[in-house]
Design a binder for this molecule. Sequence first.
Ligand SMILES: NC(=O)c1ccc[n+]([C@@H]2O[C@H](COP(=O)([O-])OP(=O)(O)OC[C@H]3O[C@@H](n4cnc5c(N)ncnc54)[C@H](OP(=O)(O)O)[C@@H]3O)[C@@H](O)[C@H]2O)c1
Length: 288
Amino acid sequence: MQGKAARVAITNVIRHSQANRAQVRFAFRDKHTDYRRLAMLLENKVAIIYGAGGPIGGAVARAFAREGARVFLAGRTWAKLDQLADEIRSNGGAADTAVVDALEERAVDQFVDAVVEQAGQIDISFNLISYGDVQVPLTEISVEDFLQPITTAMRAHFLTTRAAVRYMLKRGSGVILAFGGDGPQTLPGLGGFKVALDAIEGLRRQWACELGPHGIRLVTLKTGGVPETIPNDYPGRAEIVASLEQAALLNRTATLADVGNVAAFVASDQARTITATEVNISCGALMD
Ligand SMILES: NC(=O)c1ccc[n+]([C@@H]2O[C@H](COP(=O)([O-])OP(=O)(O)OC[C@H]3O[C@@H](n4cnc5c(N)ncnc54)[C@H](OP(=O)(O)O)[C@@H]3O)[C@@H](O)[C@H]2O)c1
């Protein structure tokens, strides 16, 4: 009897632990479901992308939307923005479009006001407009052409950041992203373009130190060039792409998908410790 009692007791224990295991498995499954839900990096986030009609802006918008963000696509040309928004919506994402000149103070402020009125918040602002740079040697460039990318970049980054920050300060959180990166590496014949990228980093540092105490992060992504952004019919394209690959330690370059993936991570709460810095996705072309 003692043995039977022991067997019953043991059976009960096993049953009990089976039940526990079931519970544990159930709990794990719940957690697993949560993990899958959390795997969307930008759920419930609202992002503005200026220059969304360009290849980099488009890649970032797709990645943000895929990760659950509601994206507001701003740029100069309706057709490009609407095409991208349609694509995002047809893949289950949430996208709105607006023609906004990122150099116009009132237009930018009003646009950001409208986004917050519609979406209730703004979590991410990424300025990816082009700067109208003229890439020729400095000895051959006019002062206007030299200054063009520098003043454009400064004006657009200052205005778009300030407009977003007005709302981010109230919530004590937010992420401002830039694209380009500074550093000693440069090439002859870039006109004012690299100087503009260096200036963006100076501005980014200034914003970062003023906004850090308010929970707002500023990060720049830098690549060694993204070949997909070079038009297929661009003269010397093959040589340019080969030289970009050769310059990289990994013998490859960042793709548009890489830019979007890293941007989504950096914009997410998973990257809450990252601010006042560059994230280098140059495959080793730009050594830090
Ligand atoms: N591609 C690269 O490898 C690389 C490397 C380093 C840095 N960058 C920089 O990253 C940025 C994005 O590159 P990208 O290749 O995607 O550029 P892109 O092809 O020139 O596209 C830029 C987009 O910005 C829009 N835009 C221009 N001025 C604007 C303004 N004032 N207000 C609102 N939108 C404006 C343009 O509108 P429209 O369509 O109407 O012209 C265009 O859709 C550029 O600043 C570029 O210099 C790129």
